[in-house]
Design a protein around this ligand. Structure first.
Ligand SMILES: Nc1ncnc2c1ncn2[C@@H]1O[C@H](COP(=O)(O)OP(=O)(O)O)[C@@H](O)[C@H]1O
Ligand SMILES: [Mg+2]
Length: 277
C-alpha cells in the first residue's frame, strides 16, 4: 500500500532477491523501519458525521445515482488507470482562478474514491488562504494544518473520518495570509511523507494556479494534477497558462465543472438505459 513498504521491498530485494519481504528482515534499513512506525493508525482518528441538505453540491451524497455522481465515478475509473500505470496516488486539484469549483471537485472526487472498498482516502485542504471544506461539509472542527504547524497539537487530532462519505479530511484550519512559510517547511514535507505512507490516495484541494504561487509549491508533493475549469466561464487562455505553469507532463486532464446543460441530455440517456432515478 505505501511507498515506504515499496521502498523497503526494493531494498530487501537488492540484498537478497530470493528472500520474501518482511518488515522485520535484518536487511531493513533503520530509517525505513522508523518511517513505518511513524505512519498513522487510521482507526485512531475521530469520526465527524455530516448532514447535507439537497442544495449541497456534494452530488455523490445527495444524488447517488444521478448523472453528476456517475461522472465522478468515471473520473475515478480513469484515475485508477493512472494509478495502475504510473503509480499516481497524490493528486493536486487546482484551477486557473478563484471560485471555479476546485473544492467542490475535490470533495466529490474524494467521496468517489472512498466508495471503493479497502481504499483509504485523505482529502488534504491545501488552500490555506481561503479554506472552505469544513463549511461546505457543515462542520466546525477545532483545528487544522495551520494550527498544527504553530503549536504542538498533534495532527492526529486534526484529521477526521467523514461519515457517511468514508474519506478522511485534514482541514486547513484558520486561514493565513502567507502560507509559503508553512508549505515550504521541513515540517510540512515530513507530514506529507507520513500521510503518503498511510493512505492509498491523497487528494489535495489546492489554491488557484495563476494568481498565487501556492499551487506550484504544493505540486512537488503531488504525482499529478487535475485542472478544474468552470464550463463557459474559465478562459481557454487561462487553462493553457495553468497547464504551462504546472508542466504538461504533470497535468492528467481538465475537469469541466458546472455542465448543467449537458447533464440534461445525460438524464435522458440515463432514463433510457434503465437508471433508477
Ligand atoms: N457545479 C456547480 N454548480 C453550482 N454551484 C457550484 C458548482 N461547483 C461549485 N459551486 C459553488 O461555487 C462556489 C465556488 O466553488 P468552490 O468549489 O468553492 O470553488 P474554488 O474551490 O475553486 O474556489 C461555491 O459556493 C460552490 O458551492
Ligand atoms: Mg476552494
Amino acid at each position: 500500500m505505501s511507498r515506504v513498504f515499496d521502498a523497503l521491498r526494493k531494498t530487501g530485494s537488492q540484498s537478497d532477491p530470493s528472500m520474501p519481504f518482511s518488515a522485520s528482515a535484518p536487511f531493513a534499513p533503520a530509517a525505513f523501519v522508523e518511517a513505518i512506525d511513524k505512519t498513522f493508525q487510521l482507526e485512531s482518528f475521530s469520526t465527524a458525521r455530516i448532514q447535507l441538505g439537497a442544495e449541497s453540491h456534494l452530488v455523490l451524497h445527495v444524488e447517488q445515482n444521478g448523472p453528476g455522481a456517475e461522472r465522478y465515478r468515471l473520473l475515478r475509473h480513469r484515475l485508477q488507470g493512472a494509478h495502475a500505470e504510473a503509480h499516481v496516488r497524490t493528486l493536486l486539484i487546482t484551477s486557473p482562478g478563484a471560485r471555479e469549483g476546485k473544492s467542490t471537485v475535490s470533495l466529490n472526487l474524494a467521496a468517489a474514491l472512498a466508495e471503493k472498498k479497502n481504499q483509504q482516502i485523505l482529502l488534504l485542504e491545501g488552500d490555506l488562504r481561503c479554506p472552505s471544506l469544513t463549511r461546505e461539509l457543515g462542520l466546525t472542527l477545532p483545528s487544522g494544518l495551520t494550527q498544527c504547524a504553530r503549536t504542538d497539537i498533534g495532527l492526529k487530532s486534526a484529521i477526521w473520518r467523514i461519515e457517511p462519505l468514508g474519506f478522511y479530511l485534514l482541514p486547513a484550519g484558520k486561514a493565513v495570509d502567507k502560507p509559503a512559510e508553512l508549505l515550504t517547511s521541513e515540517w510540512f514535507s515530513t507530514v506529507v511523507a507520513e500521510l503518503a505512507a498511510s493512505f492509498d490516495w491523497i487528494v489535495i484541494d489546492a489554491p488557484p494556479a495563476l494568481p498565487v504561487v501556492d499551487a506550484l509549491t504544493l505540486k512537488r508533493f503531488a504525482d499529478a494534477s487535475l485542472i478544474v475549469a468552470w464550463a463557459g466561464r474559465t478562459q481557454q487562455r487561462a487553462i493553457e497558462e495553468a497547464i504551462r505553469l504546472l508542466g504538461r507532463n504533470h497535468v492528467l486532464g481538465v475537469v469541466l465543472n458546472g455542465l448543467q446543460k449537458l447533464d440534461q441530455g445525460y438524464y435522458e440517456y440515463y432514463r433510457h438505459y434503465g437508471g433508477k432515478m
